[in-house]
Structure formats: C-alpha cells, structure tokens
Design a protein around this ligand. Structure first.
Ligand code: RP5
Length: 171
C-alpha cells in the first residue's frame, strides 16, 4: 500500500487472506515518496516468490499501475477512499490503465480490499486445490449467513420507539 494511512482499508484484505489461510506480506511502498523501494520490490517480487500483488493506494494512485509496469505478476488495485474526492480520484487513477499494462481494479475502499483478497485467492487456488476447497467453504458460509427474512433494525435510544409500539401504530 502507498501509505500507513491506507492500512485501515487494506487490513480488510489481510483479514480475508487470514480467513482463507493464504500467506502474504504487507509493505508500505509509495510510488512517489519511495520510488526506489517500488522498483526494488516490483522487479524482485517474482524471484521473492510472490504470485499475486494487491496494491492499495489513494488520490493520484499510481502505485498499482507502476507496479504492474515493472512485473508480469497479476496486480489487483484497490482504490483507497480519499478525503477530497471520496476515492473517485483513486478509482479513476487505477482503473484507466492504457492497453498493454493491466491492473485488475476493485471497488473503492473496504469492499474492494476484501474482494481483492478473494480474487487473489481465486488465482492462487488454480494451482492449490486445498485453497480452492477453503474458498468454496468460505462462499458456502457466506451463503448460509444470509437470512431469508430481515430482522427489525435495532431501535435507536433517542426515539423511544419500541418494536411493540411501532407494530401497534402501523398495523
Ligand atoms: C497515496 O496518498 C497513498 O496511497 C494514500 O492513500 C494517499 C495519502 O497518503 P498520506 O499522505 O496519508 O501518507 O500515496
């Protein structure tokens, strides 16, 4: 990720990989503040044993694109939600790669971080049947967690409205 400030978003990718039993390394690599670090990492990633790179960045988010330019490993970009433009700047910066250097771009923020991890796991599962089974189990657990009918939302303390009174007044 491009900054320490991205970690609160990207930790969701890490937690998803943890849940799937996928090993990973987390690094702060800023394309503009630590360009030498970026070059060294991206150029050496394949030799280091990385199979997929998930790159989260915000604002003028050139980290995923620059990483993809320096390696042929699959790169998934997570647009981190920026304060100024709510992550639309990050999204456009990452998604609009010219032809020839692809970055698989996910949704802005936490959903994108989670899905980047799931997508990375799917790629790794192509050559790891045990991981494929864990991924299937993760999906089944998710499916099982969806109730057929909604629960009432929690009542808010300041309205004083109870479930029973709402039933009585609206029936
Ligand atoms: C980007 O600039 C980072 O990916 C981060 O999302 C954004 C802001 O970085 P900080 O100023 O918080 O370090 O490079």
């Amino acid at each position: 990720m491009g900054s320490q400030s991205d970690w609160q978003t990207m930790i969701n990718a890490a937690e998803t990989l943890d849940a799937l039993g996928v090993g990973y390394d987390v690094r702060i690599i800023s394309a503009h503040r630590t360009p030498e670090r970026l070059y060294a990492f991206a150029k050496g990633a394949k030799a280091e044993g990385f199979k997929v790179i998930v790159a989260g960045a915000g604002g003028a988010a050139h980290l995923p694109g620059m990483t993809a330019a320096l390696t042929t490993l699959p790169v998934f970009g997570v647009p981190v939600e920026s304060k100024a433009l709510s992550g639309q700047d990050s999204l456009y910066s990452i998604v609009q790669m010219p032809p020839g250097v692809p970055v698989g771009t996910l949704a802005i923020g936490k959903p994108g971080a989670i899905n980047a991890a799931l997508l990375a796991a799917s790629v790794l599962a192509l050559s790891d049947p045990a991981l494929g089974q864990r991924l299937e189990a993760w999906r089944q657990k998710q499916t099982a967690s969806v109730a057929e009918r909604p629960r009432d939302p929690d009542k808010t303390p300041d309205t004083g409205a109870s479930k029973d009174s709402r039933k009585g007044s609206s029936a």
